[in-house]
Design a protein around this ligand. Structure first.
Ligand code: PHE
Length: 343
């Protein structure tokens, strides 16, 4: 068989092969056999230099023709296979199935409560202030009227970093920082994380507080009571009553703990014939600590003697537990989506 006939039959053989090919692997195998570097076409063309001079251009030209034809056949077959694959995939595609709804995040109950409380106080004229969680002893204790060895330091199991650097045990140091940076009058609320070396059913080493501070001329306990009443009624309902119980904090004098009338039993102490589970029958629920800023704190920040003011501090998780009926403090920090997505 001469070279030209040989080349022509090669194209036909390839065409037959391609007709039978049913996969990308088959196709690749054929490509290697026919068009590969040591394939059938290459083998024929390799003999070109040994042919008589006048035959060479004819065989060479035929070789090119066949090569182009083969490439075309491959491309066609490739397209067929791709289309067949897509059609097979589409056969399993049900355009009527509803799409998957993307997951949506939700705000943590702590965040919700902090935002709600700060916005209530914003309407009452307070602005939001913040301070560092890693604090120095001076701001966390000393300038709040708690010198070294003051027994009140024991009330707050402190996490120390060095002798004088600690994780703040309350948001009250931000009172001091703000007063040092701002002239009176002022009114701030300070939401943030605080840390104590304490861990059991009702305590976690990290929790959230909101501090409040109002300073000006002739600010009295009546203002404190009015502001706190407006606040608890906004959170727990207009029927809520407040009660002040005398207490002690080194940085306020006088100091008080504030109870609200129980929002579950309405202050009766029992609900549906049972002792109320929220107030344990007392009719009252404790929600925060407060008092009139001690003159020693004002002296420490260089405020004039004729200013007065009040401060309060509340636990965010406690308010959230009361508000949403959450019974276990640990739920706040377990990051269980079944819990978190409810708010
Ligand atoms: N800082 C106090 C605490 O964490 C709470 C408080 C704040 C009390 C402001 C009075 C005034 O226990």
């Amino acid at each position: 068989m001469d070279h030209v006939t040989h080349l022509e039959s090669l194209a036909h053989e390839l065409e037959d092969g391609l007709n039978q090919a049913s996969s990308f692997e088959d196709l690749e195998q054929l490509r290697i056999t026919y068009l590969g570097r040591k394939g059938r076409l290459a083998q024929i063309l390799d003999t070109l230099p040994s042919l008589p001079k006048e035959e060479r251009p004819i065989v060479g030209q035929k070789g090119n023709e066949v090569k182009n034809r083969c490439n075309e056949l491959f491309a066609q077959k490739m397209q067929q296979l791709v289309q067949a694959k897509e059609a097979a995939e589409l056969a399993h595609f049900d355009a009527s199935i509803p799409g998957r709804t993307p997951w949506r995040g939700s705000l943590h109950p702590d965040t919700l409560v902090m935002e709600e409380i700060c916005s209530i106080f914003a309407k009452l004229g307070f602005r939001v202030a913040q301070g560092p969680e890693v604090e120095i002893d001076h701001y966390n204790f000393e300038s709040l009227n708690m010198p070294p060895d003051h027994p009140a330091r024991d009330m707050q199991d402190t996490l120390y970093i060095t002798d004088s650097i600690l994780l703040r045990t309350h948001t009250s140091p931000v009172q001091v920082r703000t007063m040092l940076a701002t002239k009176p009058p002022l009114a701030i609320v300070v939401p943030g994380k605080v840390y104590r070396r304490d861990s059991d059913l009702t305590h976690t080493p990290m929790f959230h507080q909101i501090e409040g501070l109002m300073v000006g001329h002739d600010i009295s306990m009546a203002h404190l009571r009015g502001i706190l009443t407006a606040f608890v009624q906004a959170v727990f309902g207009a029927q809520t009553r407040v009660r002040f119980r005398q207490s002690f904090f080194p940085f306020t004098e006088p100091s008080a703990e504030v109870d609200i009338s129980c929002f579950l039993c309405g202050g009766k102490g029992h609900a549906h014939g049972d002792v109320c589970r929220v107030c344990k029958g007392t009719g009252w629920v404790e929600i925060l600590g407060c008092g009139m800023v001690d003159p020693a704190v004002f002296a420490c920040v260089g405020y004039p003697e004729d200013v007065s003011g009040f401060a309060f501090g509340l636990g965010v998780e406690r308010i959230a537990m009361l508000k949403y009926g959450i019974r276990d403090l640990r739920m706040f920090f377990e990051n269980d989506l079944r819990f978190l997505s409810q708010f």
